[in-house]
Design a protein around this ligand. Structure first.
Ligand code: GLY
Length: 293
């Protein structure tokens, strides 16, 4: 049986303080972490979680360490994970600072009767499960603080902060999974929840079709139910690449910007984006591919 993995590290405009090589390398290293798990017979679920933890720990990306901040310079994290076996899912939204929100999303899926926990309730649940909150300063890099100050001066309030991370995988047993994690949009209003933790918008997995993870302007992903669209098309027989391209053309229809990665039930990988760049990497049949533009 084919097994494969795709990760993304955010889609958006090119930024002068962005390092293309760092982004490609960070994605490739994360993909290797997940691929090793798949090669050893591990599950797609474990693989996507491990990939996203690696990306959350990399300050180059807008998730965990490296997160962006709200208009009040506070940290509110979103993350979701979904298992294509039986459509199990767990997510957190507007979560106070924790190093690895994706692990908490998995705990919501496996150790609570709920799918999505937000804000203070999510924090209390996380601590009850043994996760430790951290200081916001631990996650906010000097680069993010400088971006925030620039944005505060410009007062546009709509700037994107590319670097949401995600992973999709298909394991040797034919199961698929998706995971996505983000700090959201720079200068978002406190309380804003994006597409990432909304099952079917930023994250979706269904063994009957495949798995998808989105990045980009969350409000547009929510309005188009983007990852649901990708997985529905794969379930109807489209390849991962065909499904990703069709969903991004729907996104363009409402002038939304972003990208999506996908793996279909046969292990074929796909990706599409309508932004200047999307950091990504995939490994299938031991063949590594990484890209940025
Ligand atoms: N796609 C990430 C966000 O809009 O929050």
């Amino acid at each position: 049986m084919n097994f494969s993995i795709v990760v993304h590290g955010g889609a958006g405009p090119r930024s002068p303080d962005d390092s293309e090589e760092e982004a490609r390398q960070g994605c490739l290293e994360a993909a290797r972490v997940g691929y090793r798990i798949l090669r050893q017979g591990g599950s797609a679920l474990d693989a996507v979680e491990a990939c996203v933890v690696a990306l959350e720990d990399n300050p180059r990306f807008n998730a965990g360490t490296g997160t962006t901040v709200t208009s009040e310079c506070t940290v509110e994290l979103d993350a979701a994970i979904m298992d294509g076996r039986g459509l199990q899912a767990g997510a957190v939204g507007a979560l106070p600072p924790f190093a690895n929100p994706i692990r908490i999303a998995r705990a919501v899926m496996e150790r609570s009767p709920h799918v999505l926990l937000v804000a203070e309730g999510a924090r209390r649940f996380a601590e009850s499960q043994g996760f430790s909150a951290c200081a916001a300063e631990q996650l906010i890099t000097p680069k993010t603080r400088a971006r925030y100050e620039r944005e505060r001066l410009a007062r546009s309030g709509t700037s994107s902060h590319g670097g949401t991370v995600g992973a999709v995988a298909r394991d040797k047993d034919g199961h698929v999974a998706a995971a996505t994690s983000t700090g959201g949009m720079l200068f978002k209003l406190p309380g804003r929840v994006g597409d990432t933790p909304l099952i079917g918008a930023g994250t979706y997995a269904d063994d009957r079709g495949g798995a998808a993870s989105a990045t980009g302007h969350g409000e547009a992903m929510i309005r188009t139910a983007l990852t649901t669209q990708v997985c529905r098309r794969m379930r109807e027989g489209a390849t991962a690449q065909e499904a990703a391209e069709a969903a991004i053309s729907e996104l363009s229809f409402i002038r939304g910007t972003g990208g999506v990665i996908a793996v279909d039930r046969d292990g074929r990988v796909g990706l599409a984006f309508n932004t200047e760049r999307m950091a990504r990497a995939s490994i299938a049949n031991d063949l590594e591919t990484a890209g940025y533009l």
